[in-house]
Design a protein around this ligand. Structure first.
Ligand code: SF4
Length: 265
């Protein structure tokens, strides 16, 4: 953006921006974010819905600038591969899944071959991703249902996808939003749950694991055409800046829009 100071890394402030922010940072317990007195502090805020939507629009604008190409980090070539990779990514990392899936898809490239696979063979391949027995049951079961109920084609709606074994809303939203390009829901994984709470975009959720309420709140506060992008961008921001244990508020480009900024020890 013209006139904006140079930044060292996406999602982080430059050294001079960071120095300014640290000087302006509130002391613990102070009532508001500097320069943003209208935004209440702490995740459990009572902000008017219209004000929350305006703040969300500004957050999206920052995310678009920070992560313009944000998308799913799971390597895939089609809807089937994305579906299987997303099931395998539960309680695992994208890096681990991306190491496993080339071997898996080399031997089982489509729903038909995976549906007929021996569970023992699949377990050996997906073992590094954890919960390998349960994941094996899920991906073979999903492949069989795709063959038997959908003629071998991965269905393109959340309602149909959530009928498959091992496929909940998060996985369905990943496939529908990322592959089919339709915003039917908001992907809520561990990063999105945490960021939605810290950014006070989910007033009805009880905690960051309350995925259904978080999704509902995000669907109300975000424009529908931004649902998938925002989720992917929040995942990137959660990984790069706002980590679970050590959020880097002094370096964060969202700090002036975040009621939780500088509230961590
Ligand atoms: S790093 Fe800090 S300021 Fe940035 S989103 Fe996370 S809690 Fe908010």
């Amino acid at each position: 953006m013209p006139g904006r100071p140079k930044r060292s890394e996406p999602g982080r402030l430059s050294r001079s921006e960071s120095r300014k922010a640290s000087r302006a940072a509130p002391r613990k317990g102070s009532p508001s974010v500097p320069g943003k007195a209208s935004i209440p502090r702490g995740p459990a805020v009572s902000e008017a819905p219209a004000a929350r939507r305006r703040r969300a629009a500004r957050i999206i604008a920052e995310l678009q600038e920070l992560y313009p190409d944000a998308t799913c980090a799971l390597v895939h070539r089609n809807a089937f591969e994305l579906l299987v990779a997303t099931i395998l990514s539960a309680q695992s990392t994208d890096v681990t899944v991306n190491k496993v899936t080339p071997v898996l898809f080399d031997r089982y490239p489509d729903p038909e071959s995976l549906a007929a696979a021996s569970p023992g063979d699949i377990e050996k391949i997906v073992y590094p991703t954890g919960f390998f027995r349960q994941k094996t049951r899920s991906i073979i079961g999903a492949a069989r249902a795709i063959v038997e109920e959908f003629g071998g084609r991965v269905p393109g709606t959340v309602a149909e996808l959530t009928r498959l074994p091992g496929v909940a809303r998060k996985t369905a939203n990943v496939v529908v939003g990322t592959w089919f390009g339709r915003n039917e829901g908001v992907i809520v994984d561990t990063h999105v749950g945490r960021l939605a709470r810290r950014l006070a975009l989910s007033p009805s959720s009880r905690n960051e694991k309350d995925a259904l309420r978080i999704e509902q709140d995000l669907m109300e506060v975000l424009p529908q055409d931004q649902w998938t992008f925002t989720a992917h961008a929040l995942v990137w921001h959660g990984r790069k800046v706002c980590s679970a244990r050590k959020p880097d508020c002094p370096q964060c480009r969202l700090q002036k829009l975040c009621p939780s900024a500088f509230t961590f020890d």
